[in-house]
Design a protein around this ligand. Structure first.
Ligand code: AQP
Length: 337
C-alpha cells in the first residue's frame, strides 16, 4: 500500500481567530485528515514576533486548540501540538538561517507590511519569520501545506531553502528535505477586510469591525457583515479585477466558501436583489457555519486537563518526528553527535 503523504500547517495565536483563518486554512484541513498524515500546530513562537501579553498568549494558544477541535480536527486522527513545546523548531531554524539570504527575506511582503504596522518593533524575529516557518514545515518532511494565499510567498522561500540545502548535502542519496507544496482552498484563499476590502482580513487588525472572529457573538457577526463596506453602484456582480467591487467580491467569496456553491451562481441568483438582502443572507450563512463550531467550543471549555493532555502527547510525538530530521541535518552540517 502506498504510504500516506504528510500535511503540516498551523495558525498563530496572535489574536482572535478570524473567518479568514478559518476559510483560508482550518476548514481546508478537516477533509485532509482522512487521506493524509496531518500535523497541525499552534504557532506561538511566530506570535511573539509582535508584542503579546503573556497571559493572553497562553490563553489564546489553548483557545486555538479548542478552535481546531471544534472546527473538526480530530486529535485521534491528527497530531496537534504547541510549537514552543518542540525545541527542534528553534534548533532547525538556526541552521536554516545560515542558508537563507538577507536579500530574499527582505523581499517578503508580510515583513514589509508588519514593519509598516509595527515601526517601533522591527525585530530580527520578524525578519527571519519565514525561516522559522521553513523549519516548521521541513522538520516533518511535509508534502503539502494548506494555507491561505498570503502565506504562499513563505512556502516559496521554504522551497528555495530546502532546494539549496538538498543541493549542498543530499549527494546521491535521498534528499534531506521533502519538497513541500502549498495548497490553497477552492474558495476563501484570501478573505478581505470588511472595513477596507482591498486589504486582507487580519486577526491583529486594530479595527474589530474589519474582521469576523470565530468567537464573536452571532449578532455581532451579523452586524459586522451588514455594515461591511461595499460600493454605491448597487449591482451584485463578481468582478475580481475591479477594486471598486472589492466589498461585493469579498461577500460573494465568503458566501461561496461557507455554502460550497460557485461564486458565479450566487452572483446570478442575487443579480436583481439589493445589497441589504444579500448582506442579510451572507450573515445568516456565516452564522450557521459558525454555530456548531461554537457549540463544540463551549463544550471543550472547562476541560483543561483534556487539552493539556493532547498538547503533552502531541509534543512528544512531534518531538520524535522532528528529532529525526534534526539529527540528519546536524550530521550533514558537521555537528559532533
Ligand atoms: N484573510 C485571510 N484569508 C484567507 N486565509 C487567511 N489566513 C490568514 N488570513 C487570511 C491564513 O490563515 C492561516 C494562519 O495564519 P497565521 O496565523 O499564521 O498568520 P497570518 O497569515 O499573518 O494571519 P493573520 O490573521 O493576518 O494574523 P496576524 O494579524 O497576526 O498577522 C494561514 O494559512 C493564512 O494564510
Amino acid at each position: 500500500m502506498e504510504e500516506k503523504k504528510t500535511i503540516f500547517s498551523g495558525v498563530q495565536p496572535s489574536g482572535n481567530i478570524t473567518l479568514g483563518n478559518y476559510l483560508g486554512a482550518i476548514k481546508n484541513w478537516i477533509d485532509l485528515q482522512e487521506n493524509y498524515n496531518c500535523i497541525y500546530a499552534m504557532m506561538d513562537m511566530h506570535a511573539i514576533t509582535v508584542r503579546q501579553n503573556p497571559q493572553e498568549l497562553r490563553k489564546r494558544t489553548l483557545d486555538l486548540l479548542k478552535i481546531y477541535i471544534a472546527c473538526g480536527i480530530d486529535p485521534e486522527k491528527s497530531l496537534l501540538f504547541i510549537q514552543s513545546q518542540v525545541p527542534a523548531h528553534a534548533q532547525l531554524a538556526w541552521v536554516l538561517n545560515c542558508f537563507t539570504y538577507m536579500g530574499e527575506l527582505s523581499r517578503m511582503t508580510q515583513f514589509k507590511d508588519k514593519c509598516a504596522k509595527h515601526a517601533d518593533n522591527i525585530n530580527a524575529g520578524l525578519f527571519t519569520y519565514p525561516v522559522l516557518m521553513a523549519a516548521d514545515i521541513l522538520l516533518y518532511q511535509a508534502d503539502l501545506v494548506p494555507v491561505g494565499k498570503d502565506q504562499m510567498q513563505h512556502i516559496e522561500i521554504t522551497r528555495d531553502i530546502a532546494q539549496r540545502f538538498n543541493a549542498l548535502y543530499s549527494g546521491e542519496g535521498k534528499p534531506v528535505f521533502t519538497m513541500p507544496e502549498g495548497f490553497l482552498p477552492k474558495a476563501g484563499a484570501k478573505v478581505m477586510s470588511l472595513a477596507e476590502p482591498t486589504k486582507k482580513m487580519s486577526k491583529s487588525d486594530e479595527n474589530p469591525k474589519a474582521y469576523i472572529s470565530i468567537l464573536d457573538d452571532f449578532n455581532v457577526i451579523a452586524n459586522k457583515i451588514k455594515s461591511a463596506i461595499t460600493d454605491s453602484e448597487g449591482v451584485i456582480e463578481y468582478r475580481p479585477d475591479d477594486d471598486t467591487k472589492a466589498g461585493i467580491n469579498n461577500l460573494l467569496t465568503i458566501m461561496s466558501a461557507v455554502t460550497g456553491r460557485e461564486i458565479e451562481k450566487i452572483a446570478e441568483e442575487y443579480s436583481t436583489k439589493g445589497y441589504g438582502d444579500f448582506k442579510k443572507d451572507v450573515a445568516e450563512a456565516v452564522v450557521e457555519e459558525i454555530r456548531p463550531i461554537r457549540t463544540r467550543y463551549d463544550e471543550l471549555s472547562g476541560n483543561k486537563d483534556y487539552l493539556m493532555d493532547i498538547c503533552k502527547k502531541g509534543a512528544e510525538e512531534a518531538g520524535k518526528i522532528a528529532g529525526r530530521t534534526l539529527s540528519k541535518v546536524y550530521k550533514k552540517v558537521g555537528f559532533v553527535m
